[in-house]
Design a protein around this ligand. Structure first.
Ligand code: G3H
Ligand code: 13P
Ligand code: ZN
Length: 307
C-alpha cells in the first residue's frame, strides 16, 4: 500500500475511540521494528522524522528506508515531518513526498503562529499533504504555571487558530513533555483542558507530543546493566488510553523506542562480552522495539485491527 495521509486514519480513530501511534524513526532497525509490529497487529502507523533524525541519518536515507518499509507491508503508513520549524523545511518535505508535516511555531506569538501555520497549510494542501500545528508550550510546564492556563494550551484560542490556519490537526500542551524525565512528583495531565477543547472544536483531531511512558522495566534494565537513567518517569499508560478515547488521535512516541533499544543492547553486550558484530546486538534491539510497539498498539493506543 502506498503512503497515505492521516485524514482517514484520524476520522476512524476519532469515532472509534482509539489513537494512532506516531513513532520517531532514525535508522533501519527502528523502522523495521515499528513496521513489523504494525503488520502483526494490523495497525495503521505514522512514521515521523525529526531534525535530529535528519542530521543523524540524512533525509534521503530515511525516505528510502520508509519507502522500503511501505513496499514490504500492507498496513496504511503516513510519513510525517516532526517539529518542522520553518516554512522551508515543511515545503521541502512536501516536495520530497511526505504525506503530513508539522509546522511547530508554538514559540512564536499567537498571530505569528497563525500566519506561519497558514502559509504552510496553503502550500501543503495544494500538494495533497496534511498539516499539524501546535498551540501552547510543552517543556517545563509544571515549573512556571502562572495563571489558569500558564503555558498549557488556552482553550479560548483554539477555535480561532484552527479556523484561521486551516490546519488538519492540533498539538496541545496539557502536561506532557519530551524526553525521559517528564514529572518530578505525581504524573498529572490537564484532562479538563482537553475536554474543553474537545467541546469547542468537536470532531477535530488532537495530537499529544511527549507521550512516552518510560516503562520501569526498561529503566531498571538499563540501570542494572551499567546505565544511569535514575529518576526517569513518563506518562502513565492509563492516561494515554483515556486520552485516546477522547479527541486525541495521534500519540507521539520516541523516548520509549530509545529506551527499549538501549536496554536490550546493554543487556546483550554485558551477557556476551565477546560479541562485536553489530548484527548480534541490533537484532535483539530491533525485536525489543517491535514488542514494545506491539504492546502500545494493543494496550495503550487501541489501534490493533484497524488497518
Ligand atoms: O520531538 C522530539 C523527538 O523526540 C525527536 O528528538 O530531535 O533528538 O530526534 P530528536
Ligand atoms: P517522547 O519524548 O515522550 O517520546 O515524545 C516524542 C515526541 O513528542 C516527538 O515529537
Ligand atoms: Zn514532539
Amino acid at each position: 500500500m502506498p503512503l497515505v495521509t492521516t485524514t482517514e486514519m484520524f476520522k476512524k480513530a476519532y469515532h472509534g475511540g482509539y489513537a494512532i501511534g506516531a513513532f520517531n524513526v532514525n535508522n533501519m532497525e527502528t523502522i523495521q521494528g515499528i513496521v513489523e509490529a504494525g503488520e502483526e497487529t494490523k495497525s495503521p502507523l505514522i512514521l515521523q522524522v525529526s531534525k535530529g533524525a535528519r542530521d543523524y541519518a540524512n533525509m534521503v536515507y530515511l525516505k528510502k528506508l520508509v519507502e522500503a518499509a511501505v513496499l514490504t507491508s500492507s498496513v496504511p503508513i503516513a510519513l510525517h515531518l516532526d517539529h518542522g520549524d520553518t516554512f522551508e523545511i515543511c515545503k521541502q518535505c512536501v516536495d520530497d513526498g511526505f504525506t503530513s508535516v508539522m509546522i511547530d511555531a508554538s514559540k512564536l506569538p499567537f498571530e505569528e503562529n497563525i500566519a506561519l501555520s497558514k502559509r504552510v497549510v496553503e502550500y501543503a494542501h495544494d500538494h495533497g499533504v496534511v498539516v499539524e500545528a501546535e498551540l501552547g508550550k510543552l517543556a517545563g510546564v509544571e515549573e512556571h504555571v502562572s495563571n489558569k492556563y500558564g503555558s498549557y494550551t488556552n482553550p479560548a484560542e483554539v477555535q480561532e487558530f484552527v479556523e484561521k490556519t486551516g490546519v488538519d490537526s492540533l498539538a496541545i500542551a496539557i502536561g506532557t513533555s519530551h524526553g525521559a524525565y517528564k514529572f518530578k512528583g505525581e504524573p498529572k495531565l490537564r484532562f479538563d483542558i482537553l475536554e474543553e477543547i474537545q467541546q469547542l472544536i468537536p470532531d477535530f483531531p488532537i495530537v499529544l507530543h511527549g507521550s512516552s511512558s518510560v516503562p520501569k522495566a526498561f529503566v531498571d534494565m538499563i540501570n542494572s546493566y551499567g546505565g544511569n537513567v535514575a529518576g526517569a518517569q513518563g506518562v502513565p499508560e492509563e492516561m494515554l488510553r483515556k486520552a485516546a478515547t477522547m479527541s486525541v488521535c495521534k500519540i507521539n512516541i520516541d523516548t520509549d523506542i530509545r529506551l527499549a533499544c538501549t536496554a536490550e543492547i546493554r543487556k546483550h553486550l554485558t551477557e556476551y562480552p565477546d560479541h562485536f558484530d553489530p548484527r548480534q546486538y541490533l537484532k535483539p534491539a530491533r525485536a525489543a522495539i517491535k514488542e514494545m510497539v506491539k504492546h502500545k498498539i494493543i494496550n495503550v493506543l487501541g489501534s490493533d485491527g484497524k488497518a
